[in-house]
Design a binder for this molecule. Structure first.
Ligand SMILES: Nc1ncnc2c1ncn2[C@@H]1O[C@H](COP(=O)(O)OP(=O)(O)OP(=O)(O)O)[C@@H](O)[C@H]1O
Ligand SMILES: [Mg+2]
Length: 350
């Protein structure tokens, strides 16, 4: 059991206010991902949970108990850092054992846990090797095992996969999801990578400049973005955002647009465009299209259904259910309507 609650928490470094009046509940037993661009305060938040960077004001609760001023070693928490700092002169076994020895766990219990968690991370055959004889991904797993053997109630991870190549990162994502499911421990995972956030999270906490922009499941964040920031943070390429007038903007994801030399029936948006570039990305095709008003938008097609050549004229179209509207303050006004906005959008049709 470990639910973490931030109550009106603020954090400043000298005169610099990094986080102000933050309220957040991290659910017990869930995989929560804190995501946001560099400098938005993710590590600062994680350090407050770990107790290694105290809050300037407010309270942090763990299972209802105030831990705001509790020293880190009293918290039932393990943390894996971005630069996972394993000891090069120690074997894999000694690295995993290190924290347990410090905690004076008896030898038989240490051996039992090392065997258990080496198996969990798939490092059993390598226990007697030195880190220098392992790959980056294997070293990463030692860092994970070393944190896990402590059997924490909360597992904090700060960009633990950022040093790995793309292929290994994708494989480790799956392993971490599996691990969390198996352990049932509260995971709080920090990343600036929206794909990691989408793929692993039960709950995404999307941050910008120390403020929470949206909290929700990957599905909610993708389908019901709270504002333009959220809409453009998740998704590659980001959602196309265009002016509707009077401060209102509308947004359509590249993968929600249809494109063809012929007009298709049943759409609400019809704009003329010219294909500037075509990128073949394997399962997907991606296009940059210049509209007749000179603006450009991105179109993505997940199959060859809508494939067109470069440098031809096309219709760019969208059905109403995929169109999002945003107010002057950037907040989401709903999609698939409101009717007056759909009518207004229809007024731009060519
Ligand atoms: N010890 C410190 N002294 C002064 N400012 C700091 C300190 N630590 C962090 N900051 C500032 O606080 C802000 C948030 O930093 P933080 O490390 O939490 O960002 P982050 O979201 O983890 O970014 P990244 O993705 O780059 O790791 C930044 O503007 C940073 O410069
Ligand atoms: Mg950081």
């Amino acid at each position: 059991m470990a639910e973490i609650v931030f109550e009106h928490v603020g954090k400043s470094f000298g005169d610099t206010k990094v986080i102000e009046n933050l309220n957040l509940t991290i659910e017990d037993g869930k995989f929560t991902v804190l995501v946001g661009s560099s400098g938005c305060g993710k590590t600062t938040l994680l350090r407050m949970i770990a107790g290694i960077g105290p809050a300037t004001y407010g309270r942090i609760l763990m299972d209802g108990k105030d831990i705001t001023h509790q020293p880190p070693e009293k918290r039932d928490i393990a943390m894996v850092f971005q630069n996972y700092a394993i000891y090069p002169t120690m074997s894999v076994r000694e690295n995993i054992e290190f924290g347990l020895k410090n905690k004076k766990v008896p030898k038989a219990e240490r051996d039992r846990r090392i065997a258990e968690y080496a198996e969990v991370v798939g490092m059993t055959p390598y226990l007697d090797r030195k880190p220098s004889d392992l790959s980056g991904g294997q070293r990463q797993r030692i860092a994970l095992a070393r944190a896990m053997v402590k059997k924490p109630s909360v597992f904090l991870m700060d960009e633990p996969l950022s040093n790995l190549d793309a292929k290994l990162r994708a494989a480790m994502r799956v392993e971490l999801i599996e691990l969390q499911r198996r352990l049932g421990t509260t995971f709080v995972y920090v990343t600036h990578d929206q794909i990691e956030a989408m793929s692993m999270a039960d709950t995404i906490v999307l941050m910008e400049k120390g403020e929470i922009q949206q909290i929700g499941s990957p599905e909610e964040i993708y389908h019901e973005p709270a504002n333009i920031f959220s809409a453009q943070f998740i998704g590659t390429p980001p959602m196309n955002i265009m002016e509707l007038g009077d401060g209102i903007r509308y947004g359509i994801r590249p993968e929600s647009l249809r494109m063809s030399p012929e007009r298709m029936e049943g759409m609400v948006m019809y704009r003329k465009g010219h294909v500037v570039t075509r990128e073949m990305l394997g399962a997907e095709l991606q296009y940059k299209v210049r509209l007749s008003d000179g603006s450009t938008i991105m179109v993505k097609s997940e199959n060859e259904r809508d494939d067109v050549e470069e440098d031809i004229d096309v219709w760019v179209m969208a059905p109403s259910r995929h169109i999002h509207f945003f107010g002057a303050d950037g907040k989401h006004l709903g999609h698939n309507g409101p009717q007056n906005l759909l009518d207004k959008l229809g007024g731009l049709n060519e």
